[in-house]
Design a protein around this ligand. Structure first.
Ligand SMILES: [Zn+2]
Length: 93
């Protein structure tokens, strides 16, 4: 598989890192690196952009910043460890 496969996948449906790990049978670290790379390469794309639904604490609702590709382990506000992972999607601008 290539990064192009991940791009095509995300054009069809939103996915979390865990979804992509399952779909492409690659370790989470490699997928996170691919997402970081895709984000950089799409930054200047005239047609497509990477949309990120940011990670959020399920307990207090704290929303993490969009730079988190990897799901944070702990909420800085309430200290709980129930974090909803970021959801990635590629959409037409
Ligand atoms: Zn919290």
């Amino acid at each position: 598989m290539t990064r192009g496969d991940i791009i095509n996948y995300l054009k069809q449906r939103p996915a979390t890192i865990a979804d992509l790990v399952k779909a492409f049978d690659r370790p989470a670290g490699a997928i996170e690196e691919d997402i970081a790379h895709i984000r950089t390469s799409l930054r200047h794309d005239p047609e497509w952009e990477l949309m990120v639904q940011r990670p959020q604490c399920e307990f207090c609702g704290f929303i993490f910043d969009a730079s988190h590709i990897k799901t944070p382990t702990k909420c800085p506000e309430c200290g709980k460890e129930k974090i909803k992972p970021a959801v990635f999607k590629i959409e037409k601008k």
